[in-house]
Design a protein around this ligand. Structure first.
Ligand SMILES: [Zn+2]
Length: 318
């Protein structure tokens, strides 16, 4: 029988191949370094995926992950991808409740940066940025009812040895914020607020964008942007030394923080369950008892269908 690949049978599950292939590359960077245990953990990550068939409301049948073992190493691309999906899923699940309790609230999306530090100074820089963020939230001009913040670090292409840490913050503001007496902050005022809180002389770069309240797609895009993984796997793969230093610097630092009223709806805890990520899917009942097992085949960078053991036995006996 010809090999059957997951991405051919279920095109929506294509990302698994890409993510697991990236995990292969990152784990190799950790091999025989101080992070060798991460190499070992990552080697076992998602080697086998077991799916059930579920049907949606319209009767459309698709694969739903039933079991898998994930390594949970912070920079494992496969785990990061699952984690990000999970966090987005959590937020989207909470959103109707938030909007129910604050029907007129609006959201703005903020990106806060600082002058690029040396990668070796990243830990210290992030501590300082976090302190500055706390100061921002304590100022009386700060308009938020609630916020959720994530840390992203990219490598600086033009300056070797330097990194570009920044915060993405999704801020919920009262409806009146955009009105005349609502305390609206222009881009310049945000820069000033961030500059004072950082206690620096230069003008740090700040991007502000309001999220169209009626546009569900814009809201989801802003949520995805906020909760996407903090380090791009492609960058880490391209620059092994950068990844190793980053791993040292980011060790035990927090990736996500939630403040204000959003704390009532969202947890900043690391998701433990990386299997069930989609509410709708999770409630769907499997349409058959049968489970579909796929194994990672490193040589071709694809998940391949594994025949159930019983079937193999039958074939060898016949
Ligand atoms: Zn993993």
């Amino acid at each position: 029988m010809k090999d059957l690949y997951l991405s051919d049978i279920s095109p929506k599950d294509k990302p698994w191949d890409k993510k697991r292939a990236q995990t292969d590359l990152i784990q190799e960077i950790y091999r025989n370094t101080e992070f060798h245990p991460k190499f070992e953990q990552m080697s076992g990550c998602g080697q086998e995926l077991v799916f059930a068939l579920v049907a949606d409301d319209l009767g459309e049948v698709s694969f739903k992950l039933q079991s898998a073992r994930f390594c949970r190493v912070r920079h494992c691309p496969q785990c990061q991808w699952r984690r990000s999906l999970k966090l987005v899923g959590r937020f989207l699940k909470a959103l109707p409740n938030i909007q129910g309790d604050y029907p007129t609230a609006r959201f703005i999306f903020l990106t806060l940066t600082v002058k690029n530090p040396r990668t070796e100074d990243l830990r210290e820089t992030l501590e300082w940025m976090n302190k500055a963020w706390t100061r921002v939230t304590q100022r009386k001009q700060f308009p938020a009812l609630g916020w959720i913040k994530s840390v992203e670090v990219t490598c600086s292409k033009s300056e070797p040895g330097m990194s570009h840490p920044h915060f993405h913050v999704l801020i919920m503001v009262p409806a009146g914020y955009f009105g005349s007496a609502g305390g609206y902050l222009s881009q310049d005022k945000w820069v000033e607020l961030w500059r004072k809180s950082l206690r620096v002389e230069y003008q740090p770069s700040v991007h502000v964008r309001s999220v169209k309240p009626k546009k569900g797609s814009e809201m989801s895009a802003a949520i995805v942007e906020t909760l996407k993984y903090g380090v791009k796997p492609e960058e880490a793969i391209n620059d092994p030394l950068w990844l190793l230093e980053l791993t040292r610097q980011l060790h035990n630092t927090r990736a996500i923080a939630v403040g204000g009223v959003l704390r009532r709806y969202l947890s900043e805890e690391e998701p433990q369950d990386l299997i069930n990520i989609n509410e709708q899917e999770d409630e769907a009942e499997p349409v058959t008892e049968e489970k579909f097992k796929f194994g990672w085949r490193q040589q071709v960078k694809r998940y391949v269908y594994k025949k159930p053991v019983e079937q193999l036995e039958q074939e060898t006996n016949s």
